[in-house]
Write a protein that binds this ligand. Structure first.
Ligand SMILES: C[S@@+](CC[C@H](N)C(=O)[O-])C[C@H]1O[C@@H](n2cnc3c(N)ncnc32)[C@H](O)[C@@H]1O
Length: 190
């Protein structure tokens, strides 16, 4: 799996402890390369920068050698495209929770499209129902009419930060024709 936007590693530790058969976690973040200008343009709210070494230690401890952990430091505008070329089609689960600017979400999705396996799921953490100047809503709304992808909204909508109404969204390849357990559905054409 890939997590874009690792921050302190809290969610990564949940993935590592709850996921079955997780063999490779690759996390992308600026860590201490985050500067005040980027912090403002990526609309980071309360996510103050963490040190790469500290987070790496936390995740290595949590994985206890059971899962490969790679942390890639830098802006995803420079790190993800090359990684996507090298590992196209490899990842079953990609969790996008990095920068919140429209440009960064577009970059992270363009790379995720390459990185996701045929049965892969990409989860966008930040779909804001009441704000289209940041977050995933403009991109996801455009994907709704793209027949190559299937878009599903999480049922819970929470109004938690900054008067934002937030939900998460899952995107998978439409051609895979999957049911909710992620298994291939039987259909007349198969
Ligand atoms: C919301 S936090 C991630 C929280 C984490 N996923 C969790 O659930 O615990 C967003 C993270 O994205 C990182 N980030 C923001 N813009 C970025 C960019 N352009 N490239 C790489 N990382 C970025 C920030 O440094 C921050 O740690």
């Amino acid at each position: 799996m890939i997590e874009v936007g690792v921050w302190r590693g809290d969610r990564a530790i949940q993935f590592l402890s709850l996921a079955r058969n997780l063999t490779w976690y690759a996390g992308f973040d600026l860590f201490e390369e985050m500067d005040s200008e980027t912090f403002a343009s990526e609309k980071m709210g309360a996510c103050h920068p963490q040190s790469y070494e500290h987070v790496k230690q936390r995740l290595d401890t949590a994985s206890n050698g059971n899962c490969r952990i790679d942390l890639v430091q830098g802006s995803t505008h420079s790190t993800l495209p090359a990684f996507a070329l090298k590992h196209a089609g490899t990842f079953d689960f990609i969790y996008l929770d990095g920068g919140h600017s429209l440009e960064t979400i577009a970059n992270d999705w363009n790379c995720s499209k390459q990185l996701m396996s045929d049965k892969g799921l990409v989860v966008f953490d930040d779909y804001y129902l009441n704000d289209t100047t940041r977050g995933a809503k403009p991109l996801i709304d455009a994907l709704l009419s793209d027949k190559a992808y299937r878009v599903r909204f999480f049922p819970v909508v929470e109004d938690i930060i900054d008067d934002l109404q937030i939900t998460m969204v899952t995107v998978s390849r439409a051609s895979e024709n999957r049911n909710y357990s992620g298994q291939r559905e039987k259909s007349a054409s198969r």
